[in-house]
Design a protein around this ligand. Structure first.
Ligand code: ATP
Ligand code: MG
Length: 466
């Protein structure tokens, strides 16, 4: 018993000098009856992690977005835990624990249950960067973010007051260092500290402000909103991969249309997606494109809000489609054959996009597959429909085609035909094939027009196949 106690004390040792180094004020302790967090919304695994850490003598809390969502009565999509144990100490306590990252070391504790494995991200309380200045000079960049600190410092490093609350499942108490709970009641999104300084430290926080405002329906506090107009251009210096991650989170938030409007209102959309530039800036001019994107985003939001999965490749394919269509039509007007015109337009569209924010390669190939399938939906003769339906990405291409029908870009009889074709038995499919012969002029797309003039370009090259 005594040795166990001594071990606990020794384990705490690395924390001692840092916790004493900075004191950022005592937190407000909010009891259960005031925060009303429903314990049923907690992840059992997250509770296991905090419990195990506490049993070993450490402090451990659920933190960040999970506490914000719990206080809003929403089931969080993932759970983060913050502790005063160092990553090594955390790792020793769990069987499936992996150290992740160098500059910002955290531990992923994985639980295998019935469904997908759940990863609980455990991070050690960090010191404020300002106070870690000596460490930067002495130890270099890698160590900089791994300077452990007190819980108060850890709270002060976080972005918004509503993201800086700590929940202890054992006592069902929330520790609130920056008035997050009061801001929740006022429905206000407020940056901790001096907003302009915090945006300079990390410009991505401006995008996060827009995303959380859209998600929670909260208003940005005026001091938090005001510097964004002037500092938005700092986003140009953020590495493309980080920007991509954040935009993806924004688009997958379940409130993407609202968030995109928020980007426009904040003047932050420039250079992120060329498409956003021209849709949001030109308004009426690009009404068709606007309708398409709006529908695609509404569709995505619906799916996410009802717990369905969404493919990022599909989403980016829809966002860039109006650009692609414009380039495709321009190539066709120059006399290029239909399919090469499409492929050339795909290259152009992706190149233009990459000059702003590069879309990751794995999503790019999905986009190309979905796009190159589109002319094939209009080719309802011979073996083509039977082959198309066998494509591994058929479903995505088909859903995309239905969106084009819904905005009137493609004749909706084609969409209906494919819906029937998928559902039909072989005899029914033959009947549908025969019915196409009796249809006339059912397509307004450049593909169809092109085919009539130049029969040789009709057959989509196999490169169009997935
Ligand atoms: P989501 O619901 O999207 O997961 P979240 O608030 O949990 O929202 P994460 O990106 O998962 O967002 O980050 C977890 C926590 O880490 C945040 O709640 C915040 O406290 C802190 N954090 C994340 N990014 C930043 C940042 N750029 N600056 C300061 N604090 C941040
Ligand atoms: Mg999170």
């Amino acid at each position: 018993m005594i040795t166990k106690f001594i071990k606990r004390i020794l384990r705490r040792d690395p924390m001692v000098k840092h916790t004493q180094a900075n004191n950022t004020g005592a937190p407000k302790r909010i009891p259960k009856k005031a925060h009303r967090i429903d314990p049923h919304l907690l992840s059992k695994n997250a509770v296991k992690v905090t419990h195990t850490l506490q049993q070993a003598g450490y402090e451990a809390f659920i933190v960040g977005g999970a506490v914000r969502d719990l206080a809003l009565g929403i089931g969080p999509k993932d759970f983060d835990v913050a502790t005063n144990a160092t990553p090594d100490q955390v790792q020793r306590l769990f069987r499936k624990a992996r150290l992740i990252g160098r500059r910002f070391q955290i531990v992923h504790v994985t639980f295998f249950g019935k469904g997908h494995p759940e990863i609980i991200e455990v991070s050690t309380f960090r010191a404020l960067l300002d106070n870690a200045g000596d460490h930067v000079a002495e130890s270099g960049r890698i160590l900089r973010d791994n300077v452990w600190g007190s819980q108060g410092e850890d709270a002060a490093r976080r972005d918004f007051t509503i993201n800086a609350m700590y929940y202890d499942p054992s006592s069902e108490t929330v520790l609130d260092y920056h008035g997050g709970m009061a801001d929740m009641q006022k429905k206000t999104l407020r940056m901790i500290g001096d907003p302009a300084k915090r945006y300079r430290e990390d410009p991505v926080r401006m995008l996060r402000a827009v995303r959380f405002a859209a998600k929670t329906g909260f208003e940005l506090d005026s001091a938090t909103r005001e510097p964004i107009a002037k500092l938005g251009k700092l986003l140009n210096d953020v590495p493309s991969a980080r920007l991509f991650d954040e935009i993806l989170k924004l688009l997958m938030s379940g409130y993407s249309w609202k968030a995109i409007q928020g980007l426009k209102d904040a003047g932050l959309h420039h250079g992120l997606l060329p498409l956003l530039d021209h849709i949001l800036d030109k308004g009426e001019d690009s009404k068709g494109a606007n309708d398409f994107v709006k529908l695609a985003l509404a569709n995505t939001d619906d799916r996410i809000q009802s717990g369905k999965s969404v493919s990022a490749g599909f989403l980016f394919a829809t966002l860039l489609w109006p650009d692609l269509l414009k380039n495709w039509k321009a190539n066709s007007a120059k006399g290029m054959a239909n399919i090469p015109a499409l492929h050339d337009a795909m290259d152009d569209t992706i190149a233009t996009q990459s000059s702003g924010m590069t879309i990751q390669r794995r999503f790019e190939s999905d986009m190309r597959e979905i796009w190159s399938m589109q002319p094939r939906f209009e080719r309802r003769v011979g073996r083509y429909p039977y082959r198309l339906i066998e494509s591994p990405r058929f479903r995505a291409g088909y859903d995309f085609m239905l969106l084009r029908c819904a905005t009137g870009e493609l004749n909706s009889t084609i969409g209906q035909w494919w819906t029937d074709f998928i559902a039909a038995d072989p005899a029914g499919q033959d009947e549908l094939m025969a019915s196409v012969k009796n249809e006339s002029g059912n397509s307004q797309s450049p593909a169809k027009r092109r085919r009539r003039r130049k029969p040789k370009s009709v057959v989509p090259p196999e490169s169009a196949a997935s």
